[in-house]
Write a new protein. Structure first.
Length: 123
């Protein structure tokens, strides 16, 4: 992040098309780099990564820091996160045969998942 002490410019950034508007202030020092700026925006807005930066008033695409003036109002878009499979390893588990899947609702005790052990009876 940038040190606010040596920042001659300050811009305000929001997430474009967000259901709730969260606005953060980002200081811009003279020797700032674009990558550090986008990383700072992503950190303050709690985003994975910044995809695009736009002027909020006109929608003009911003690609360099020298395009920004003091107290500009910006909107950013987030990089779409990759699809993550929650079930991970169980995605490719072997399924029961079609006959077992058909008979299981009729005879649930016959196909119980007891890991090869005999069922416990109470007599």
């Amino acid at each position: 992040m940038y040190d606010p002490q040596d920042a001659p410019r300050l811009v305000f950034v929001t997430l474009k098309d967000a259901p709730h508007r969260r606005r953060v202030a980002i200081p811009l020092p003279e020797n700032a780099a674009w990558d550090k700026f986008t990383a700072s925006v992503a950190a303050k807005l709690k985003l994975g990564a910044v995809d695009g930066v736009f002027l909020a008033s006109t929608g003009e695409v911003i690609t360099r820091l020298d395009q920004l003036q003091d107290i500009d109002d910006l909107a950013v878009t987030e990089v779409e996160p990759a699809v993550h499979d929650e079930d991970g390893d169980s995605k490719y588990q072997k399924r029961h045969s079609a006959l077992q899947r058909t008979l299981q609702p009729l005879f649930p005790g016959l196909f119980s998942s007891s890991n090869g052990r005999l069922p416990v009876t109470t007599k």
